[in-house]
Design a protein around this ligand. Structure first.
Ligand code: PLP
Length: 383
């Protein structure tokens, strides 16, 4: 039996989304900027998709920009706002546990004369609003804080951060990539000026993201060219991908509550059974509010990498941190920010569940994780 338990890295394409996309590869392949009928059909589809996305986020059409990924959206808004507002100040605030798309963009901005404060989390994984207030300076122009952490699943107080940012007239962006599949995103309620989503995290296609930017906030585009996407993202639009994104969003909105309950029940079962087997197991962020789909577990004296490989051989896909950071071979920056030593960080695996996870899979997961953790501990004892 093969089990996919790495939904935070990516999700499979929903077959309904796939069928919805197909006609836009075949029949309706036109360029939406062309004036002939082929182009107009693609243009109508694009407008429909934009309206769907805008309605779900409680935004207006011109506030939605289709991009090639969440990474692109994040680069666009952070660089765009930083350069557009540099005459007002050069200080940026983010957290130390953001996805690399944010962290590496901030590192780049530091080379361009900006200064960045990387806020640590509390030991329990929660975000300190008090620390945020204290870190704001007269020249702070931008705050970017994720809504849900991709490694440990903790949820950040976005609304409250938005209130603080706006009371100081600071632009606020949130990376809602992991948040959106399980929590609705009303941009007014969330009090954000910009928000990023990625299609492949909620059963849509890879290579499509969106960037919401509240009206009235000018920013420098990343891509210059034919002026598509209101001049904010030149490139011929990926119509099949955008239609898939649109359909995946519709399906997410319909089944979000049901998926939340199912996935949370499975995660609780997995964690509680493993906790009984291994009383010394540590669940990162356990005392914070967490998304239902991510569980970051540490088994002391067990290499997370060795455990992941053993599970992979058994047909089970889990991860050790975010998919992107694995290639860095460095211990997770998120776990380090929680105060874990390198050794402790390397004893962690991330299990992430999704809408195709079944009760039977959870039972096999519990069985196999127990088996391999015990085997690895026995091996270590014999060494
Ligand atoms: N932000 C978070 C929290 C993520 O989990 C990811 C994907 O791993 C990204 C951003 C980047 O998304 P994309 O693959 O669309 O560039």
């Amino acid at each position: 039996m093969k089990i996919y338990a790495d939904y935070a890295a990516t999700t499979p394409l929903d077959p309904e989304v796939k069928s919805f996309m197909m006609p836009f590869y075949d029949e309706f392949f036109g360029n939406p900027s062309s004036v002939h009928q082929y182009g107009q059909k693609a243009h109508v589809a694009l407008n429909t998709a934009r309206k769907t996305v805008a309605d779900f986020l409680h935004a207006s059409l011109e506030e939605i920009i289709f991009t090639g990924s969440a990474t692109e959206s994040i680069n666009t808004i952070l660089k765009g706002i930083a350069f557009a507002r540099s005459s007002q100040g050069k200080h940026i605030i983010t957290s130390a546990v953001e996805h690399d798309a944010t962290l590496q963009t901030c590192t780049f901005l530091e080379t361009q004369g900006f200064s960045v404060s990387y806020l640590p989390l509390e030991k329990d994984g929660s975000f300190s609003l008090e620390l945020l207030e204290k870190t704001i300076q007269k020249d702070t122009i931008l705050i970017s804080i994720m809504a849900c952490n991709n490694e440990i699943g903790t949820i950040f107080p976005i609304k409250e951060i938005g209130k603080i940012a706006h009371s100081h007239s600071i632009f606020f962006h949130t990376d809602a990539v992991q948040y959106y599949p399980y929590f609705s995103c009303n941009v007014d309620e969330l009090q954000v000026d910009a928000l990023t989503l990625s299609g492949h995290k909620f059963y849509g296609p890879k290579g499509v993201g969106i960037l919401y930017v509240r009206k009235g906030n000018e920013y420098m585009p990343l891509l210059h060219g034919g002026g598509q996407e209101f001049g904010k993202r030149s490139s011929t639009q990926n119509i099949p991908g955008i239609m898939g994104f649109n359909k995946a969003m519709e399906l997410t909105e319909i089944s979000r509550n049901e998926n939340f309950t199912r996935v949370e029940t499975f995660k609780n079962l997995l964690e509680s059974k493993l906790q009984i087997e291994f009383p010394d197991m540590i669940i990162h962020g356990l005392k914070s509010i967490r998304s239902p789909h991510i569980s970051s577990m540490r088994f002391p004296e067990v290499s997370g990498e060795a455990l992941m490989i053993r599970l992979d051989i058994a047909g089970i896909a889990v991860s050790i941190g975010s998919a992107c950071s694995v290639s860095h071979k460095t211990p997770s920056h998120v776990l380090s920010a929680l105060g874990l030593s390198e050794k402790e960080a390397r004893e962690t695996i991330r299990v992430s569940l999704g809408k195709y996870t079944t009760q039977e899979e959870i039972e096999v997961l519990i069985h196999e994780i127990t088996l391999h953790v015990k085997a690895l501990r026995n091996e270590k004892l014999r060494m």
